[in-house]
Design a protein around this ligand. Structure first.
Ligand code: NAX
Length: 338
């Protein structure tokens, strides 16, 4: 076991996703059974008691890997020496709030947090933004920390990826780990494009589209199912969860965030997953946008899987989501944030 500890900072730690994250991280579920962790819980004053309560429960678990838990409402203290930052706390859309108001409120959170990361985080810092609008919040945080390489900033689309795999596994009656090559392109919003064109099933033996055609009675029926059922269901799954559960996705979001960090740090091998990363112009996406792509990691950070074909149908959907990201960036520029 490593004798040094990794400092992991979780913002919004007193909230629902925070509560679902803390115990798995402290138990070794994110960094593995050999890495000790120091947890820093960042909250706003109203959320401090909830975070303090979670800290008491962490103590009561007596986790062997957990070296310390600090609860603070100071971003500077929370990010000092931080190696992994999960930025979960965000301003939700209130009644009557326009998109520009939402972006402005979140710029007021992610700008200062980015600056505090730039001032105090460890050299090996990696950031994943969970709080919505996640892609543009990550863009703002990265822009506010010019001293940190921008490829250290990512946003979570692993939940969308996992949702897509879950839907396919059910439709094909296979285990989720038998499906590979799914990709989420674009924004973490209803405009995202969940893509199965390169997906395979059964250890790579069959293309998912062919397996769907077999089960649904032909290629036309499979394509119709993808367009009319699969894509909207994955893209709007968050709303479905709220309708059925009466509350937004929590455990599945925390699980996805943990898998995002675990695979970025531990490596994906040849398999790919999805994450929103800062575009270097891959697939014609304007540089600097935080956009979801299929990605791999060799343990040193996510890199976009290049060279995949996107047919016209796919390109149209992807371009629409990228246009939404550009509009969000433009709105943030208008606010004078970038
Ligand atoms: P909660 O409202 O339960 O918790 C949010 C917590 O953040 C609160 O305790 C609040 O006090 C705290 N907070 C607010 N501003 C803060 C700041 N400036 N610094 C530190 N803490 C701050 O929401 P929860 O259900 O935990 O969701 C958190 C975020 O995740 C939301 O923005 C939500 O939209 C987003 N999601 C993102 C997903 C994704 O896949 N990217 C999926 C799940 C979720 O919808």
């Amino acid at each position: 076991m490593s004798t040094t500890s990794t400092t992991v900072t979780i913002t919004g730690a007193g909230g629902q996703i925070g509560y679902a994250l803390l115990f798995r991280i402290a138990a070794g579920g994110m960094l593995g059974p050999d890495r000790r962790v120091r947890l820093r819980l960042l909250e706003i004053p109203q959320g401090m008691r909830a975070a303090e309560g979670a800290a008491l429960e962490l103590q009561d678990c007596a986790f062997p890997l957990l070296d310390s838990v600090d609860v603070t409402d100071s971003a500077e203290s929370a990010f000092d020496g931080c190696s992994i930052a999960l930025l979960v706390g965000a301003r939700p859309r209130g009644p009557g709030m326009e998109r520009a108001d939402l972006l402005a409120a979140n710029a007021g959170i992610f700008g200062p947090q980015g600056a505090a990361l730039g001032a105090g985080a460890a050299d090996d810092l990696r950031v994943v933004v969970v709080g919505n609008p996640a892609n543009t919040n990550a863009l703002i945080a990265a822009a506010s920390a010019p001293e940190i390489p921008s490829d250290r900033f990512t946003a979570l689309t692993r939940l969308d990826h996992n949702r897509a795999v879950g839907q396919l596994a059910e439709a094909l009656d296979v285990r989720p780990d038998e499906i590979e090559g799914v990709a989420i392109w674009g924004n973490h919003s209803a405009s995202q494009f969940p893509d199965v064109a390169h997906a395979v099933v059964g250890g790579g033996d069959r293309m998912v589209i062919d397996a769907l055609a077999d089960r649904l009675g032909g290629l036309e029926a499979a394509t119709a199912w993808l367009d009319d059922v699969f894509i909207p269901r994955v893209a709007k799954r968050g709303a479905e969860i709220i309708e059925v559960r009466g509350s937004s996705s929590v455990a599945s979001a925390a699980n996805a965030a943990i898998e995002h960090v675990r695979d970025e740090q531990g490596g994906t091998g040849e398999v790919w997953t999805s994450a929103a990363v800062v575009s270097q112009g891959e697939y014609g996406v304007p540089e600097g946008l935080v956009c979801s792509f299929p990605v791999r990691s060799d343990g040193s950070g996510y890199r976009v899987v290049e060279g995949l074909d996107l047919d016209e149908r796919a390109r149209t959907r992807f371009d629409a989501s990228v246009a939404e990201l550009e509009a969000e960036r433009e709105a943030v520029r208008q606010l004078g944030v970038l």
